[in-house]
Design a protein around this ligand. Structure first.
Ligand code: UGA
Length: 456
């Protein structure tokens, strides 16, 4: 009897794993979702409209740099768990679950552009079975899930919509997929919500099931709070500098309060970037305006963030006297370490401001080797090559390797003395000992003593 039960559950698992899942859009969100689901054992078909990307993926090459992704991609391709197509019918006709993970860029008024999601819904209506579950992963405008559900009802289709916002961070996206803090599911159907929760059961994460609007807002409210923390600590950094305090000590002191927490986004720097925070804060401000619920905290968050590159420029200008004709080394181009993503990168904002003021910028990034549309930024072969003969060095992204480069070597390569540490990764006292001038973000340090945590 036991043997039969075991066999039966094995067969059921097998059938479930062979259930066709499709993921529409192979950007950061879609590709990690698809590869992650294939890694969990499901059979996944990915659809994209970009022939180059699909060709590259078929060859087993990830179009994006994301730690861990390439290895898992190769594994699931070898095991026949994932396939890539440009054919809508092929991806949609047999799918039992369809994940929608296409882009929702900012429109001029800050609201999220829904035309790509809408076009996928049209394709689902044209090609997919009426019983397929439609899971919205894209960060969509408020009310979108409800509206798509209504669209299906109007078309006399049985498709159930589930909102399943993503919380992956670039640079650790694969890890975040496999060890999520939580899974959020918004749906008006308990059965559909259960099915999606069941899909992720191997991840052993808490699952919150809620209505559509709450699921949509959890995503916006989470990203906006993290962005708000960054703008808050950047404001405290400016204050710290004026009064001779060190923001890194302030941040450490704050994080020791368990209600604030050691993972709080209180690392002061040149501001947040990427494809999410800038866009999502603006979108939530817009949602507030549309709903007549003003969100002044988020307007301030966005304003402070936009002011950070000007603040950095003022600092260098004060130090160098003028920018015209100066040669500036810039370390880091991606919006954060461990990614090749330069969307809304504060590093680029600073580089472009320096160039506008007449500087020559020599940049080095461990992964980003070319920048479309910003050709005036010269790319150096190594971190030290960028510094060769430069009047100042600006550290714009906190790639861990930047903190390991010997200060004496930097001092030898630069012709000037100034390091502007835009991510506060260096020890100011060590920099000064190497006969260099240190400019950080919010590091007044009046008496030169940095606080450490004493045991006991
Ligand atoms: C962010 C969220 O952290 C994810 O949870 C979310 O899923 C994702 O957006 C998304 O909506 O897709 P991500 O944009 O990859 O993830 O990067 P973060 O690690 O959050 O960093 C965002 C920016 O804030 C970076 O420019 C980073 O340098 C900056 N930052 C972060 C700070 O300046 N200080 C900090 O303390 C933390």
């Amino acid at each position: 009897m036991k043997a039969w039960r075991k066999l039966l559950s094995g067969l059921l698992r097998e059938a479930e794993n062979n259930m066709n899942i499709s993921v529409i859009g192979t950007g950061y969100v879609g590709l990690v979702q698809a590869v992650g689901l294939a890694y969990l054992g499901y059979k996944v078909t990915c659809l994209d409209i970009d022939p180059e990307k699909i060709e590259q993926l078929r060859r087993g090459q990830s179009p994006i740099y994301e730690p861990g992704l390439q290895g898992i991609l190769e594994k699931v391709i070898r095991e026949g768990k994932i396939s890539f197509t440009l054919e809508k019918k092929e991806a949609l006709a047999n799918a039992k679950i369809i994940f929608v993970a296409v882009g929702t860029p900012s429109k001029d008024d800050g609201s999220a552009e829904m035309k790509f999601v809408q076009s996928v819904i049209k394709d689902i209506i044209a090609y997919a079975q009426s019983t397929a579950l439609v899971v919205i992963k894209s960060t969509v405008a408020l009310g979108t899930n409800e509206q798509i559900q209504q669209q299906f009802i109007d078309q006399k289709r049985k498709n159930i919509v589930v909102s399943n916002p993503e919380f992956l961070r670039e640079g650790t996206a694969m890890e975040d997929f496999l060890r999520p803090d939580r899974v959020v599911i918004g749906s008006s159907s308990q059965e559909a919500a259960r099915k999606i929760a069941h899909l992720y059961r191997a991840l052993e994460a808490p699952v919150l099931v809620t209505d559509f609007a709450s699921a949509e807002l959890i995503k916006y409210a989470s990203n906006s709070l993290l962005a708000l923390e960054i703008s808050y600590i950047n404001s405290i950094a400016i204050l710290a500098e004026r009064v001779g305090a060190d923001v890194t000590a302030i941040s450490r002191g704050m994080r020791l309060d368990k209600r604030i927490g050691e993972k709080a986004f209180l690392h002061a720097g040149i501001g947040y970037g990427g494809s999410c925070f800038p866009k999502d804060v603006k979108a939530l401000i817009n949602i507030g305006q549309e709903s007549k619920a003003d969100l002044p905290l988020l307007r301030a968050t966005d304003d402070i963030n936009q002011q950070m590159s000007g603040y950095v420029l003022d600092k260098i200008t004060k130090k160098l006297g003028k920018i015209t004709g100066k040669k500036i080394a810039l370390w880091g181009l991606s919006f954060k370490p461990n990614t090749d993503d330069i969307r809304e990168s504060p590093a680029l904002a600073i580089a472009n401001k320096l160039i506008d003021k007449g500087a020559e910028v020599f940049a080095y990034d461990p992964i980003v080797k070319k920048i479309k549309g910003s050709e005036s930024i010269r790319i150096a072969k190594s971190a030290l090559a960028a510094c060769q003969g430069a009047d100042a060095l600006v550290i714009a992204t906190d790639w861990p390797e930047f903190a390991t480069i010997a200060l004496q070597d930097i001092a030898k390569s630069l012709s000037g003395r100034c390091i502007l540490d835009g991510r506060n990764i260096l020890d100011p006292n060590e920099v000064k000992r190497s006969d260099l001038d240190y400019l950080g973000i919010g590091r007044g340090i009046g008496n030169g003593y940095t606080v450490d945590i004493l045991e006991g």
